[in-house]
Design a protein around this ligand. Structure first.
Ligand SMILES: NC(=O)c1ccc[n+]([C@@H]2O[C@H](COP(=O)([O-])OP(=O)(O)OC[C@H]3O[C@@H](n4cnc5c(N)ncnc54)[C@H](OP(=O)(O)O)[C@@H]3O)[C@@H](O)[C@H]2O)c1
Length: 306
């Protein structure tokens, strides 16, 4: 059995979003301590249901890894994205504040406008460029108003070996294409889901043990910085080395404007992790370590398939 990552929380932890990249890793790390809540169990587009569920479950802590994360589609569905990313998290925060239990929630680098090349600090003024970014910022603001014992962890560019994401899309395109065009003018840190889950639970455990719960916003992303184009090249290089791909496509850098996604992304998504290190003494591994891990899982899966 794995050791309890949050021994100071006496009781079970309700986890929303267990089908997602972060929620699945959290559920695995928490083991029997988790009360796993899928979309089927409670749909966050109906905030009142969230309240009913929490009153019925009476958890000792709540973690919300559920979110409307379809960044481009959110441009057409901002009201729905806001219900899921702001109204339901506010209901969770209300419950946690009323019952004096800790609440862990996630936000995003997309709350920033991406200007400059300095890593964003938590006190920088958000100015989201997209409906998704606005909906996540609305969630942050509601939590700040409600107060209580909460941690809001802003992360970036999440990937793992199992879900639909940039990493898996590149591996698929790597088999299908000889050349691909990838955005080369956005800078950030690809954050490995299991690393983020581990860091989140470590931060939560430390927060609970502090004399005063350090409520607030924290940046928690992988160490290091890259672009999507360089991330793609690193994926192909690793996939070739480990035999996951037999050949890799040529990667051509294009601008965000050339790519032309419906939602505008920040060009500078670098997040400063100084506050996280200072308050909790925690830093996530480098994005390259996460990539190595994800590739190992793929290699093992390919080996077992043969
Ligand atoms: N992915 C990124 O690159 C990224 C970057 C920065 C911040 N974040 C933030 O990090 C957190 C975790 O993201 P992730 O990458 O793990 O997201 P993800 O893989 O897209 O998972 C999101 C989860 O939310 C669930 N969900 C969506 N709509 C729901 C609804 N109406 N009711 C209940 N559940 C619903 C999904 O359920 P189903 O499994 O049923 O679809 C899924 O389990 C989110 O707060 C996200 O905003 C993510």
């Amino acid at each position: 059995m794995m050791p309890d990552p949050c021994p100071s929380i006496e009781g079970k932890v309700a986890v929303f979003g267990i089908g997602g990249q972060v929620g699945s890793a959290l559920t695995l790390a928490l083991g029997e301590k988790a009360i796993p809540l899928s979309r089927e169990a409670v749909d966050l587009s109906e905030p009142l249901k969230v309240s009913e569920m929490l009153f019925a479950l009476k958890p000792a802590a709540v973690i919300n890894a559920a979110a409307y994360t379809a960044v481009d589609k959110a441009e057409q569905e901002e009201a729905l994205a806001t219900a899921i990313n702001a109204d339901s998290p506010a209901i969770m925060a209300d419950y946690c504040s009323t019952h004096n239990i800790p609440f862990l929630h996630y936000s995003t680098d997309y709350v920033f406008n991406g200007e400059g090349d300095r890593p964003w600090v938590e006190s920088d003024t958000p100015a989201p460029l997209s409906a998704y970014g606005r909906s996540k910022l609305a969630g942050e603001r509601k939590l700040a108003e409600i107060g209580g014992k909460h941690l809001i962890l802003r992360t970036s560019w999440v990937f793992d070996a199992f879900h639909t994401n940039f990493f898996n899309t590149m591996l698929r395109l790597g088999r299908e294409r000889e050349e691909i065009a990838v955005v080369g003018d956005q800078f950030g840190a690809p954050t490995y889901g299991p690393h983020l889950a581990g860091g989140s639970l470590a931060a939560l455990e430390r927060a609970v043990r502090m004399d005063q719960f350090p409520t607030g916003v924290y940046h928690m992303a992988a160490e290091g910085v890259t672009t999507w184009k360089d991330f793609a090249e690193a994926i192909f290089e690793g996939a070739l080395e480990s035999g996951i791909l037999k050949s890799a496509p040529v990667v051509r850098a294009i601008t965000s404007e050339e790519f032309g996604a419906p939602a505008v992304r920040p060009k500078n998504s670098r997040l400063s992790m100084e506050k996280l290190k200072w308050v909790f003494g925690i830093a996530l591994p480098d994005w390259r370590d996460g990539l190595t891990h994800a590739l190992e899982i793929k290699r093992e899966a390919a080996r077992h398939a043969h």
